[in-house]
Design a protein around this ligand. Structure first.
Ligand code: AMP
Ligand code: ZN
Length: 672
């Protein structure tokens, strides 16, 4: 083969290799086997060895270049690599949309949904189409120059098809299946396996010898560009793919309603595990990113401290990866109703964004069922994103020194006898003046979802009860600034604030009081329904069990519990004290309207953005008018209130013949 023929063959082989890289990494549609690929590669290597002057830096053979370095040089990022805001509820996504609209008003806002890839952030710069720099995020402002390592990643082209100067950003990751194999290999050679793919990726990119990196199965995806001529996120993703760069799957949605629909249909796939997005991609997901599509619109939204204002990450609760830790001890807490709850005292561990050191074990049955012992290594997660919970024991880590837990036979708070409640697998302290119960009762009364008394936290409540200043919730209203200020760690000013907060709670709507009283089985929702159905605390107190059940969602168990509560003389005494203290006990003058107005007893759904009030306010008003506000349209819906940019709910309402109301009509009806 002469030089000229070699030149042609080399060009052909490079193109073929690049084409197959692209088919494999970008299109995920390989046409040849690994063996055939290796043949092409070997032939190219041999030819280049014969004709060294034909080697160019963007040849696929040049991925593994350079010798090991002592340390990575630093690079300053042209544009900082930021963090992202996060939410864990769909409500949070709606709130994000509402926040965006503070800047964009009622104009249409399209969003792009894409996975948040749980890899290692990288920035890659091309100059005139050639890869010249690969960098880590570092502290966001300055990162490490890891160009030699980045070049070994076959998913990242060494040259673009056009001589562009552009910086792209994305994630390097180790595909899940490759990770398993890689760990297996480490185990076989007696090395320590990596705890997860992200760790393996980070550990690999930190290698100072690119030849080691080349042997490890890293890949990458990209979702942002700096210096391209793109005008939207959707254009960016399409454009990057055209340039031969791998991108994640993504969805362009015309509004927030479509985002939520997509989310249900394509991301959690209606709970169908086999179609869940997590099973469709080769990397781990750290959530779903929602970005305002138009760059012009993005620019009108101010950034947060360390994150852009135009994007948010949503992490569905069941996607959260649990953490592993050890149970140091199991202690017992006494709750508001006297129930003894075993609590795992954990070695502090980072779970879903915060450090956790205690987790409820619910009851003795649960401990037995999960066979949880003191000293066990366990998996912990947060139920509902908030309450730390022990999911299971890691049995393989048992040493034999673990101890079985026994429920105490006396109350750990008051020393009184405990009784087993056969119906609820609960163990209960029977002492009505048990201080632990009183503390929990008062805390519950003041909590945000009940009487909302700011500053009345656990520590203060414990102090108040221990000092004998509060014997029931009504005593709160008699507290004076001087008494509070005398408590440890309490200044005059905070004492005054708390007294004011307590005083303000007198005006709270009835449902808050009802919830705050802590009647067994009566939660926030039920309290709202009872308040609007009966209109006053006295009406509820006087209602018979049958009458109580006429209120929506009140079943026989709840009705009996409410009925009993108001016939307990101690409770009656507390309620009279509250009345004397001036606490509101009526559904503020809306009682009658809630019973007879146009929204009384109606099921109402809201869609789109309202011009005169937030969705929360609208819901509050509707509830006050006796409506039942729900999230989705069904045959049972009486009215759909339609704001601007109404989504699929409107179509559904039309299909079902549900009556729709404009914002104006809604406001008119509220007045009636
Ligand atoms: P965090 O550091 O958890 O606040 O998240 C921000 C990081 O998420 C960014 O620096 C990116 O590295 C990463 N990330 C992963 N997937 C995406 C995506 N689709 N869009 C934006 N950032 C992403
Ligand atoms: Zn007790």
């Amino acid at each position: 083969m002469n030089r000229d023929q070699a030149r042609k063959r080399i060009a052909y082989l490079r193109d073929e290799i690049r084409r197959h890289d692209r088919l494999y990494y970008v299109e995920a549609q390989p046409e040849i086997t690994d063996y055939e690929y290796d043949q092409l590669f070997r032939e190219l290597q041999e030819l280049e060895a014969k004709f060294p002057d034909l080697v160019t830096p963007d040849s696929p053979t040049q991925r593994v270049g350079g010798a090991p370095v002592k340390e990575f040089p630093s690079v300053r990022h042209t544009v900082p690599m930021l963090s992202l805001e996060k939410t864990d509820t769909l409500e949070g996504l709606r709130k994000f949309d509402a926040d965006v609209r503070k800047y964009l008003g009622t104009e249409p806002v399209a969003y792009v949904l894409e996975p948040k890839v749980d890899g290692v952030s990288i920035a890659v710069r091309y100059e005139k189409g050639q890869l010249v720099l690969g960098a880590t995020r570092g502290d966001g402002t300055t990162g490490d120059d890891i160009t030699a390592n980045i070049k070994t990643i076959r998913a990242i082209p060494l040259a673009l098809p056009r001589p562009l100067t552009i910086e792209i950003r994305g994630e390097a990751y180790m595909p899940l299946s490759a990770f398993e194999q890689f760990n297996e290999k480490l185990r076989q050679t007696g090395e320590r396996p990596f705890p997860n793919p992200r760790n393996a990726t980070a550990g690999t990119l930190k290698q100072l010898d690119p030849r080691i990196v080349a042997q490890r199965p890293l890949s990458a995806v990209f979702y942002a560009a700096i210096g391209g001529s793109f005008t939207s996120q959707a254009e960016t993703l399409t454009g990057l793919k055209e340039l031969g760069l791998p991108v994640p799957p993504w969805w362009l949605c015309r509004d927030i309603e479509e985002v939520l629909e997509r989310y249900h249909r394509d991301i959690i796939a209606g709970g169908d595990e086999t179609r869940d997005l997590r099973t469709q991609v080769p990397y781990e997901l750290d959530g779903i990113v929602l970005k305002v599509n138009s760059f012009a619109q993005q620019q009108r939204i101010p950034a947060k401290a360390r994150a852009p204002g135009h994007a948010i990450v949503f992490k569905p609760e069941h996607w959260i990866k649990p953490a592993e830790t050890k149970i140091r001890d199991i202690t017992v807490q006494v709750g508001r109703t006297g129930v003894l709850t075993p609590v795992a005292e954990l070695e502090p561990v980072f779970v879903q964004g915060s450090t956790v050191s205690r987790a409820t074990l619910h009851n003795e049955e649960e401990i037995k069922r999960k066979d949880i012992r003191i000293g066990d290594t366990v998996i912990v997660r947060k139920a509902g994103m908030v309450i730390p919970e022990v999911v299971e024991v890691v049995r393989s880590k048992r040493t034999g020194r673990e101890r079985v837990f026994k429920m105490p036979t006396t109350c750990p708070a008051c020393g009184g006898p405990v009784r087993r409640d056969p119906e609820f697998v609960a163990v209960r302290c029977e002492n009505i003046s048990c201080p632990a119960q009183l503390k929990r009762t008062i805390q519950h009364y003041g909590q945000r979802r009940a009487m909302d008394i700011e500053g009345l936290g656990e520590v203060l409540v414990n102090q108040l009860v221990d000092a004998g200043l509060v014997r029931d919730v009504a005593d709160l209203y008699g507290l004076r600034v001087g008494q509070l200020a005398a408590l440890e760690r309490m200044g005059e000013k905070s004492a005054a604030n708390i007294v004011r907060a307590i005083s303000e709670s007198r005006q709270r709507p009835l449902w808050r009081l009802l919830h705050g009283l802590g009647i067994q089985h009566v939660g926030e929702e039920a309290a709202r329904k009872l308040a609007s159905h009966f209109g006053s605390l006295d009406a509820i107190a006087q209602a018979s069990v049958e009458e109580l059940q006429q209120c929506e969602d009140v079943g026989p168990v709840m009705a009996a519990s409410i009925h009993d509560f108001f016939r307990n003389p101690r409770n009656v005494a507390v309620i009279e004290k509250l009345r004397a203290a001036g606490v509101n006990m009526r559904e503020e003058a809306i009682g009658s309207r809630a019973a007879t107005g146009p929204f009384a007893g109606k099921t109402v759904v809201i869609t789109g953005t309202l011009a005169t009030m937030s969705r929360d306010e609208a819901q509050e008003k509707l509830r006050a008018a006796g409506a039942n506000v729900t999230g989705s349209v069904s045959k049972k819906t009486d009215y759909l209130i339609v704001g601007t940019d109404a989504g699929s709910k409107l179509e559904k309402a039309r299909a079902l013949g549900v009556r729709t109301l404009s914002e104006q009509e809604f406001l008119e009806m509220l007045k009636k």
